[in-house]
Design a protein around this ligand. Structure first.
Ligand SMILES: [Zn+2]
Ligand SMILES: [Zn+2]
Length: 135
């Protein structure tokens, strides 16, 4: 599968038994349909989060193409937080695209436990750059 941003071939990583596609160039992550729910691990939290998705029109971000069906994806915002978190979602429901750091962001917004397994895994995997941003 090619990265929708830089067209680089993505690598598959396993994160808490979920296979995610990761671009080593731009740090973006592709999740197939249903994988975000699996990562969240809690159906109620997942539903709440998915319910907060809103289609965002007139986004300043360029539309990206779904790595599966190659059609332009829709921009969606998550929740009501500011600044809004903008994700790309395949209109046909193939999956979701997260730019670098956005997957961690959405998991933080989903208010998982601080010592959630998934947060730890992400920190281990992508932690260094994330940490330096906070310092
Ligand atoms: Zn990329
Ligand atoms: Zn698609």
């Amino acid at each position: 599968m090619d990265c929708p941003v830089c067209k680089n071939a993505m690598i598959t990583l396993e994160l808490a038994d979920v296979e995610i596609d990761y671009c080593t160039v731009c740090g973006g992550i592709w999740l197939d349909a249903g994988e975000l729910e699996m990562l969240l691990g809690n159906p109620q939290q997942a539903e709440k989060l998915l319910d907060s998705f809103k289609i965002h029109t007139n986004s300043p971000e360029k539309p990206r193409k779904c790595p599966i069906c190659l059609k332009k994806m829709q921009k969606i915002t998550v929740g009501l937080s500011t600044p809004p978190l903008l994700l790309d979602k395949c209109r046909k429901g193939d999956g979701l695209w997260f730019d670098k750091g956005e997957l961690q962001d959405i998991l933080t917004r989903a208010q998982l436990d601080k010592d959630s397994k998934i947060q730890k895994l992400l920190a281990d995997m992508f932690g260094e750059e994330q940490n330096t941003e906070k310092r």
